[in-house]
Ligand binder design. Structure first.
Ligand code: NAD
Ligand code: TYD
Length: 351
C-alpha cells in the first residue's frame, strides 16, 4: 500500500519543486497536491510529472474546513507538507485579509483535520509547516536569525506566517500533534511568479523595461536556490525531530541594488548587449511601507543535525535561473497574458 502524502500549494513556486522531487524520488508515496490555483498557482509548473501514477492533483481551498476534513477522511494522509499560502509582501500591504484567511485560518483547518484523522494513532505521522525567515523581523548590519530568535513580524504577510507558526507549535504542545517546522530565506529559481524581484527583473531586462528598486536599494536579503530548499524540505520531512524548528538559508547576502546589477551584467553577456546597458534601466521608486532592512539566516542547526547544505553557489544558481527564464518565454508570456489559468481547464477536460 502506498502512503498518501499531502502537499499543499504544490502548484506554486516552491511547492512545485517539492512535488517534483517527491514524485520522482519516492515511488512508494502517493503525492496528493492540493492547491486552490490562485493567481500564484500554475499547473504548467508540473506538466513534466503530471501523468505519473503516484501523483494526484486536487483543486481545493484550505480555508474550506468541510472540504479539508473530508479530504483527510478520504485519503487518510500519513504526512502533510504545508506550503499553500499567500506569499507576496506587497500584496499583503494592499489586501491583508486574504493573508489572514489562507495563512492562518487555512493552516488551522489543516491542523484540525490532521488532529481528527490521527486521533487514534499519531505513530509515524508528520505535519510539516513550511515558513519564512520574515517572522523574525528585521536585522541591523550584523547578526543572523537563529531558531531561538524572538518573533517580531512587521508586515501583514510575516505576521500571518508568524501566527500560523505559533498555532502549529500550539497543536504540538496542546494536542501532541507530531509537527516539524522550517523558516527559510528568500528563494530564487525556475517557476517563480514575476511579481517577485528576481523573475521581474530578468523579464524586464529582457524586454528593456525599467527595473524598479524600492528606496535606496540597500535592503539585504539572503538568497537560496529553490532546488536546495526542496532538498532541505525532503531532509526535514524525513529526518527532522518532532516538535523542532530548522532555519534554512543560503549564506548568500546581497543588497537589492547589487543583486540587480549582477543580474544586469549576466544578462548583458547572455544577450550580447553592450556591457552596462541593462544597468541603465535601474529606476529608484517609492519604498515599500515598513520595508524590512536585512534578513540573514544562521543555518548551522540543519547543517549539523541533518547534514544539509546548499549545493548550488550563487554564480551557478543565477546563471541557471536566467537561462531557465530565457528558454521558457512561453511560461512567462502565458502568465503575463493570463493564459496560464486556462492550462488547468485544457489539461483536465481533455481526459
Ligand atoms: P507561491 O505564492 O508561489 O505559491 C503558493 C501556492 O499556494 C499557489 O500555488 C497557490 O495557488 C496556493 N494557495 C494559495 N492560497 C490557497 C488556498 N487558500 N488553498 C489552497 N491553495 C492555496 O508561494 P511560494 O513562494 O512557493 O511559497 C510557498 C511557501 O513557502 C509559503 O508558505 C511561503 O510562506 C514559504 N516561503 C517562501 C519563500 C520564498 O522566497 N518564496 C521563502 C520562505 C518561505
Ligand atoms: P520580494 O521578491 O518581494 O521578496 P520579499 O519581500 O519577501 O523579501 O522582494 C525582495 C526584495 O526586493 C525586497 O527587499 C523588496 C525588493 N523589491 C524591489 O526593490 N523592487 C521590486 O520590484 C520588488 C518586487 C521587490
Amino acid at each position: 500500500m502506498k502512503k498518501n502524502i499531502l502537499i499543499t500549494g504544490g502548484a506554486g513556486f516552491i511547492g512545485s519543486h517539492v512535488v517534483r522531487l517527491f514524485v520522482n524520488k519516492y515511488p512508494d508515496y502517493q503525492i496528493i497536491n492540493l492547491d486552490a490555483l490562485t493567481y500564484a498557482g500554475n499547473l504548467e509548473n508540473l506538466s513534466d510529472i503530471d501523468s505519473k501514477a503516484n501523483y494526484t492533483f486536487i483543486k481545493g481551498d484550505i480555508t474550506d474546513l468541510a472540504f479539508v476534513s473530508n479530504l483527510f477522511k478520504n485519503y487518510k494522509f500519513e504526512g502533510v507538507l504545508h506550503l499553500a499560502a499567500e506569499s507576496h509582501v506587497d500584496r499583503s500591504i494592499s489586501d491583508p485579509l486574504a493573508f489572514i484567511m489562507t495563512n492562518i485560518v487555512g493552516t488551522v483547518n489543516l491542523l484540525n483535520a490532521a488532529k481528527e484523522c490521527w486521533a487514534n494513532d499519531m505513530n509515524g505521522k508528520k505535519f510539516y509547516h513550511i515558513s519564512t525567515d520574515e517572522v523574525y523581523g528585521s536585522l541591523g548590519k550584523t547578526g543572523k536569525f537563529t531558531e531561538t530568535t524572538s518573533y517580531d513580524p512587521r508586515s501583514p504577510y510575516s505576521a500571518s506566517k508568524a501566527s500560523s507558526d505559533h498555532l502549529v507549535r500550539a497543536y504540538f504542545h496542546t494536542y501532541k500533534l507530531p509537527v516539524v517546522l522550517s523558516n527559510c530565506s528568500n528563494n530564487y529559481g525556475a517557476n517563480q511568479f514575476p511579481e517577485k524581484l528576481i523573475p521581474l527583473v530578468i523579464n524586464n531586462i529582457k524586454n528593456s523595461k525599467s527595473l524598479p528598486i524600492y528606496g535606496k536599494g540597500d535592503n539585504i536579503r539572503d538568497w537560496l536556490f529553490v532546488e536546495d530548499h526542496a532538498l532541505a524540505i525532503d531532509s526535514i520531512y524525513h529526518d527532522g525531530k518532532i516538535g523542532e524548528t530548522y532555519n534554512i538559508g543560503g549564506d548568500n547576502e546581497w543588497t537589492n541594488l547589487d543583486l540587480v546589477k549582477k543580474l544586469c551584467d549576466i544578462m548583458d553577456k547572455k544577450l550580447n548587449r553592450e556591457m552596462g546597458s541593462s544597468q541603465r534601466l535601474i529606476t529608484f521608486v517609492k519604498d515599500r511601507a515598513g520595508h524590512d532592512q536585512r534578513y540573514a539566516i544562521d543555518a548551522s542547526k540543519i547543517k549539523k543535525e541533518l547534514g544539509w547544505k546548499p549545493s548550488i553557489q550563487f554564480e551557478e544558481g543565477f546563471e541557471k535561473t536566467i537561462d531557465w527564464y530565457l528558454q521558457n518565454s512561453d511560461w512567462m508570456n502565458n502568465i503575463l497574458s493570463g493564459d496560464y489559468e486556462k492550462f488547468y481547464e485544457q489539461q483536465y477536460t481533455n481526459r
